[in-house]
Design a binder for this molecule. Sequence first.
Ligand SMILES: *Cc1c(COP(=O)(O)O)cnc(C)c1O
Length: 366
Amino acid sequence: MQAKPQLNGLPSYKPGKPIEEVKKELGLSKVTKLASNENPYGSSPKAVEAIREIVTQTAIYPDGYAASIREKVAAKLGVTENQLVFGNGSDEVIQFLCRAFLSSNTNTVTADPTFSQYKLNAAIEGAELREVPCVDGVHDLEAMLEAIDENTRIVWVCNPNNPSGTYVGEKAFISFLERVPAHVLVVSDEAYYEYVTANDYPETLPLLEKFDNLMVLRTFSKAYGLAALRIGYGVANPKLISTIDPVRPPFNNSTFAHVAAVAALDDNEFITNCVDKNTKSLKQFEGFCQKHNLKFYPSQTNFILIDFNCAGDEVFDYMLKKGFIIRSGEALGFPTCARITIGTDEQNQELFSALEEMLQLKTVEQ
Ligand SMILES: *Cc1c(COP(=O)(O)O)cnc(C)c1O
């Protein structure tokens, strides 16, 4: 047998460690996972109730057109229904785009470090990857422009960027869009859109009218707290949507995801509440870093990347023993950092105490 040669040596995705596994391994009774940017407040109770109401409907295939959620999202965003494509998480939309646009003899441009799925999917399609170093965690759009040539098919702008939490402002993004050649698809991955508070963060939906080569990605996994259900979507002009739609498997979202997402969109209060709490907690994280002289990357998301000035794995191991699963920066392109999801107030205070203990130990060592 012979698989595509580009699969040779490709690593599998390494997710944050599951809570139960850590409890067992370390004999801990309480473990807090702040590793995957999940919503610590769960989801809207309306979403859970919507699933409860149809929980027996397991034998029937979901609606492959996703009519209910399509109608709801279109109305909410002020776009037409044929401007949307739904994926099994926005991860799957990334996969659709790579399948549709990338092959050998083409290339794709990303920031570095950025979200790992662009690179992985490009590799699977056999496309060349052009990684452009970030400056202080921020996309260097000018250098990304320079990396584009006639064989470039997709350029990825992760905004805000995972794992740094930083963002590209409206002026810079529009100026970038104006200069990207028309044959190149620009993807604005906005997985943390709901959490953003910066006034100059680009509102990309109105830009779709002017830029046929723009696609916006959003998800229900983060602020909406529906990560387990796997639903996200892309927004673009109808022609681009119909071009990539044949790549989509026919029943790629579950019925449960559809009803939960529809209900979640009716609960603005839940989102506002979570976002307010997140914004307050982020400030406490920043205060913690300032107090302890730790460099951090200013975040517009529900996570923060902190530079601990030592191996990220060391921070990860220490915190794991204390019952906290965080992400080491070593696998994320920031080797002396850790990426920590903002938790509930109680979780954050406990985390700060554990971090403080670690920092004290380190001063004693030095
Ligand atoms: C979490 C995340 C996604 C994917 O989320 P799904 O659960 O697949 O919808 C996409 N992009 C970024 C930058 C993310 O952080």
